[in-house]
Design a protein around this ligand. Sequence first.
Ligand SMILES: [Zn+2]
Length: 253
Amino acid sequence: MTVTPAHAIKTCPVCNSTTQNFLDINHYTIRRCRVCAHQFIQLEPRPESVKKSPLPEPAEDYGDYFREAKFLKLKGQHYAQLMSRYFKRPGRMLDVGSAAGFVLQGFIDRDWKASGIEPNAHLAEQAQTSGLRVVQDTLEDFRTTEKYDLITFIQVIAHFTQVQEAFRIAAEATQSKGFWLIETGNRDSLKAQLWGENWQAYHPPSTLHWFSPKDLKRLASQYGFQEVARGKPHQWVNVAHAKFSLRQKKVLY
Ligand SMILES: [Zn+2]
């Protein structure tokens, strides 16, 4: 029998409205907001004593990730190039969920002063061994006095256990004219619509949120950000994901 875990939160993490059961997968119930349609399984924060990355620790589980190192660096370079339309010169950026730092390296290759945070100890250590500024932490627990011109979230927001807290912390760490670049699955994509319940992105509990552009915009707006551009990653990325680039309202068009 599939049940909603006792520790699941039923209030929408985007708009705080009531939700209803939507789909049962992997013994988890995905809930859908009655107002904004956001889909999610939001778990209560784990006690400090059992806090760990939602990702498995052993390096061998990341075979695909390491095999894609070259493409991830290219992705970083590509995104750095995209962001150059908003910046006169490369600035200071933070990559959230930077893993072993391949995307981060792509930004560094394009002269960004880049650092990252990564909850997985093994991957953070790999990045550090490569000479990258990556600290082992979750965004929800991250504390910094730095202000970044750009914060990137490449395939990470679907994994946040406290997405509102994560965005609040990110907003505090963003310059007043700064940007966020978010890459995540698109619940409204043709692929998601065609596959329905079998959409590959439905694999809780490693994935906790399923966004559409509409509810992601709604969530980001609560932290002073608005969408300025949207697109899809290049073909060399294996999966089709929507990409959003957001900037704060203070920036003039
Ligand atoms: Zn909602």
